[in-house]
Design a protein around this ligand. Structure first.
Ligand SMILES: Nc1nc2c(ncn2[C@@H]2O[C@H](COP(=O)(O)OP(=O)(O)OP(=O)(O)O)[C@@H](O)[C@H]2O)c(=O)[nH]1
Ligand SMILES: [Mg+2]
Length: 331
């Protein structure tokens, strides 16, 4: 690695990125997008942060800068997206080049497994590894048991943490150190920014309260934000979202429910019957099966809409071609 890019190693810069970057030509500076806004981004380069102009950047992107402007975006090795709020046909990118997606849930409110399933599907589809982080363990004397139960139910690691007591923070930092990127997603008030501050060891991010009664958050964080950990690795804090619309292929859902997928594949003559039987025999949770079917339906509907768009675009192109052919024939 070149000496001037060594400072980027804790952000995930490595030899394979260097090779990709060198192929772009000389006189460029590599940098990582720490925060993207409408017309530009705050980027972190080998000698510090600076602002650049340019549209279409995503937090976590690696860019090549020339003359103070981003001239290329390096390949997005992973990309976490959800369906844009209130839209049926548009994706919203959350973060690029993330290795781990931490799905954050506060223990001060009921666990919402269906929401976790959605988040898992999005994470698998991003190409990243999902983990669950249960926060505010100091408020729940069953915290450790809940973590274990969730691991068994979901088939992914569940970390149980508290920023008040410091419990469980080390293992979460280790998910990112020394050079990986972890993005935190979850409802407003779940404690994402509090966790980032605790891991970074500063009060860099604003923390909001939660409403008494239902423990709902106040949407304190309003932008996605990348910070570097003291021991290397990055965290991307995100604003809490009310709904997590799927924007995923069938693979993301299949990976989330790999137990059901395997069960169905084993008995491919009658996949429906095999899973029904597993429910009857108490081997599979009926609510989990219902959630799987919901998400399958939602993905199928998304795929259908995408097909329709394709077909309409194709139809317009097709009729243009026909009109032109007729004109040429008349000539
Ligand atoms: N008791 C306790 N409270 C916590 C813990 N972590 C966070 N909180 C509280 O939870 C509330 C919400 O925390 P934030 O970190 O702002 O939550 P957030 O997920 O970033 O929320 P948004 O930015 O709105 O998406 C604050 O009142 C925190 O003090 C914890 O470990 N224990
Ligand atoms: Mg926040």
């Amino acid at each position: 690695m070149h000496e001037n890019t060594a400072a980027l190693a804790p952000l995930g810069w490595n030899t394979s990125r260097q090779v990709e970057f060198d192929a772009l030509g000389a006189g460029l500076v590599p940098a990582r997008v720490g925060r993207a806004d409408r017309g530009g981004a705050l980027v972190i380069g080998p000698s510090g942060s600076f602002h650049v102009e340019g549209a279409g950047l995503i937090t976590g992107d690696w860019v090549a800068i020339a003359g103070g402007r981003p001239v290329a975006v390096l390949a997005r090795r992973t990309l976490l997206e959800r369906r844009a709020a209130g839209r049926a046909d548009a994706a919203q990118a959350i973060a690029a080049n993330v290795d781990v997606v931490a799905i954050v849930q506060g223990l001060d409110r009921p666990l919402r497994e269906r929401r976790l399933h959605r988040a898992l599907a999005l994470a698998w589809d991003a190409g990243a590894t999902p983990v669950v982080v249960l926060t505010k363990a100091d408020l729940d004397d069953q915290a450790a048991a809940r973590g274990l139960a969730l691991e068994a139910a979901l088939g992914v690691h569940a970390h149980v943490v508290s920023v008040r007591t410091g419990d469980g923070l080390g293992p979460v930092a280790a998910l990112a150190a020394p050079d990986r990127t972890l993005v935190l997603i979850g409802e407003s008030g779940a404690g994402k920014s509090s966790l980032v501050n605790a891991l970074v060891g500063t009060e860099a991010l604003a923390i909001g309260g939660v409403r008494t009664g239902d423990a709902k958050g106040r949407h304190t964080t309003t932008a996605r934000h990348l910070v570097v950990l003291p021991g290397g690795g990055c965290l991307i804090d995100t604003p809490g979202v009310r709904e997590l619309g799927l924007w995923t292929s069938e693979e993301g859902v299949a990976a989330t429910f790999s137990d059901i997928t395997a069960l169905a594949a084993e008995h491919d003559g009658e996949p429906g019957c095999a899973v029904e039987r597993a429910v009857e025999e108490g081997l599979l949770d009926a609510a989990r099966l219902a959630s799987h079917r919901d998400l399958q339906r939602e993905t199928a509907a998304l795929a259908l809409r995408a097909d329709e768009r394709e077909w309409r675009a194709h139809g317009r192109r097709g009729s243009r071609l026909i009109r032109r052919a007729l004109r040429e024939k008349r000539r």
